[in-house]
Design a binder for this molecule. Structure first.
Ligand SMILES: Nc1ncnc2c1ncn2[C@@H]1O[C@H](COP(=O)(O)OP(=O)(O)OP(=O)(O)O)[C@@H](O)[C@H]1O
Ligand SMILES: [Mg+2]
Length: 579
């Protein structure tokens, strides 16, 4: 229902504030439209000069009505704001849930800027359509529904003569609709392109400065910015055509009234009061006419935005969380004949991989750049899904395991460091069910040799990190993410190439910690991905990757004999270390 008819869906869902808003609006408009009739009474009483006191009563009623109009006007604004803000909240949450439920392949396809603009700009535009635009239509209908009968009551002849140009409107609006829709689409596309570029430039500012790419990027940004400006102007021109046409229709009515009405007043067939009241009604009509024009353009814009939101909402979940198995303890991880490509067009990143990892083992993944190590550990955590081959946990296909269980079993310390812009302590506690004690944080912080450096900062563990941990050095960030992985004490800890970035002493301290946890009662399983063989020498088994396949398996000494590739890299690394 939401996807087919979003307006109806949200009106039904939030019918209470919607109905209250409509009721207040109806009362406001009715009272407002009574005011010219009272004005007529006052003017006619004054022009007849019979009795000045005759104007007291209508004036008092006028004042009373104005107060009620103010109260009900506040009422509809309050109710309506609640209505469309909750629509935006609901849709925002749906889109955000979708973002979090989709696998990484979705994020590889959509630029971050586009996703950001969708959840902010497009949802806001939709809110304006489902809220204020719908309101404008109701307001216009109510107004016309009250004003036109009031005009007929005053003079049926004047009414049809002043409204003669009205039927032109639907024809004109229908003509403009497609043009406006196409131009809004283009503007939204340019906006998300622009925010994507801005986001990339801001995130990559260090590289841009380091490589002196400022001029090139500024030129690129300026070009897209100009395209956005031009698309916005085109959309505004199309929209701008609507309102003047509405106004023109009303102004024609005013001119006709002056011709027809004033003649009747001179002839004595109508009073001045009737003429003034009628004129007020015709002028009041200009408001609903403008509303229809304005509401129409908001509605078209909202439709274009919802179409973009819908594209994401209908995105099939490539990694559905439909599993029911919730293993209490991790026992084994088995990969059977697994082949994986990031997309159909690409060469597989992993080819026919088979391996078994049992509880308590310490496993090493070794291999050159781009040989598939990260791809495989990402598949263990179900960040991607492979269509060929299988991945079994405790003998169950990974698809049958609840995702929450997978997150409990695996702790992946990724190759790319990411820290949240909160305190150091917050980053330590990430993903833990209960916040760790300070002592515990310090223990792990010492193991990665970070404790003294944290104490040297002004607020210690309460130090606020800038965005993505900008106020820590690269090595400090790396060690903090390792400590964050260690403290989770997950059944399977995966360190994806994080040890090569720390110095030899810290590496040894971390390896000692890992060995301690593997040997402990908990029998933690550890997978260490590394280019540096010193990080892997004590592993029970090392898998040597090459171009997406496993080229050799064995412990360090077995591989030294069995794999020429492994031996030559080891010798090279040893020579480098001695030098
Ligand atoms: N998100 C992605 N989209 C498309 N292709 C990718 C993606 N990530 C990796 N690849 C490709 O998959 C292959 C394996 O990459 P992977 O990151 O698994 O290698 P790796 O062994 O971890 O390398 P490194 O040691 O440099 O971290 C490479 O050819 C890479 O270009
Ligand atoms: Mg990698």
């Amino acid at each position: 229902m939401l996807l087919r008819s979003p307006f109806r869906f949200y009106i039904r869902k939030n019918w209470r504030p919607f109905a209250l808003g409509l009721f207040c609006l109806l009362v406001t408009n009715t009272l407002d439209c009574l005011l010219p009739l009272l004005l007529k009474e006052v003017i006619d009483a004054l022009s007849s000069k019979k009795n000045f006191s005759l104007i007291y009563q209508p004036l008092a009623i006028y004042l009373g009505l104005v107060c009620f109009v103010a109260i009900f006007r506040f009422g509809w604004r309050w109710a309506w704001s609640r209505y469309h803000q909750s629509v935006a909240e609901d849709l925002r949450n749906r889109v955000f849930d979708k973002y979090t439920s989709l696998g990484l392949s979705f994020f590889n396809r959509y630029p971050v800027g586009q996703l950001m603009s969708l959840i902010t700009n497009d949802i806001n535009t939709f809110r304006m359509g489902v809220g204020p635009a719908v309101l404008l239509f109701f307001d216009a209908t109510f107004y016309c529904g009250i004003i036109i009968p009031a005009m007929i009551y005053l003079s049926p002849t004047w009414t049809w003569k002043t409204l003669v140009a009205l039927p032109l409107l639907p024809f004109f609006v229908a003509k403009l609709e497609n043009l406006i829709q196409a131009r809004y689409n283009l503007r939204q596309e340019k906006f998300s392109e622009l925010s994507g570029i801005a986001q990339e430039i801001v995130s990559g500012v260090r590289i841009i400065k380091g490589y002196a790419l400022e001029t090139e990027h500024t030129k690129n940004f300026n070009n897209v910015s100009r395209e956005f400006e031009s698309a916005s102007n085109k959309a505004s021109y199309a929209q701008a055509a609507l309102e003047p046409v509405m106004q023109f229709v009303v102004s024609t009515g005013v001119v006709i009234l002056f011709f027809v009405g004033s003649l009747d007043v001179v002839k004595g067939t109508a009073t001045i009061g009737t003429f003034v009241a009628f004129l007020r009604y015709v002028q009041k009509l200009s408001w609903p006419m403008s509303e229809i024009g304005f509401g129409m353009s908001m509605l078209l814009e909202a439709r274009a935005s919802f179409a973009r939101v819908k594209n994401v909402l209908v995105e099939p979940s490539d990694i559905p969380d439909e599993g029911t198995v919730d293993p209490i303890e991790f026992q084994s991880l088995e990969v059977r004949s697994l082949t994986f490509s990031y997309s159909e067009q690409r060469e597989p990143a992993l080819k026919n991989i088979s391996l078994v990892i049992n509880r308590g083992e310490k496993i090493g993944f070794f291999g050159p750049i781009g040989s598939g190590k990260t791809s495989l550990v990402n598949l263990f955590c179900r960040l991607y899904e492979s269509k060929h081959g299988s991945l079994l946990i405790n003998g169950h296909p990974i698809q049958n395991i609840k995702q929450s269980s997978l997150h409990r079993i695996f702790c992946l310390v990724p190759q790319n460091v990411f820290l949240f812009g909160d305190t150091i302590a917050y980053n330590f506690a990430l993903g833990l069910e209960s916040p760790p004690e300070t002592d515990e944080i310090e223990i792990y912080s010492k193991r990665v040799r970070l404790h003294d450096e944290i104490l040297a900062t002004k607020n210690g563990y309460e130090t606020l990190l800038g965005e993505k941990g900008v106020n820590l050095s690269g090595g400090q960030k790396q060690r903090l993410t390792i400590a964050r992985g260690l403290i989770r004490n997950a059944p399977v800890l995966i360190l994806d190439d994080v040890l090569s970035a720390v110095d030899a002493e810290t590496e040894k301290a971390i390896i000692d910690t890992l060995e301690g946890s593997v040997l402990s009662d908990k029998k933690q399983t550890v997978i260490v991905v590394s280019h540096r063989i010193t990080s892997l020498v004590n592993c029970d088994r090392i898998y040597v990757f090459d171009n997406g396949s496993i080229q050799a398996v064995g412990n360090h000494s077995e591989l030294l004999t069995a794999s020429g590739f492994y031996r030559s890299i080891y010798q090279m690394q040893m020579t480098e270390a001695i030098q």
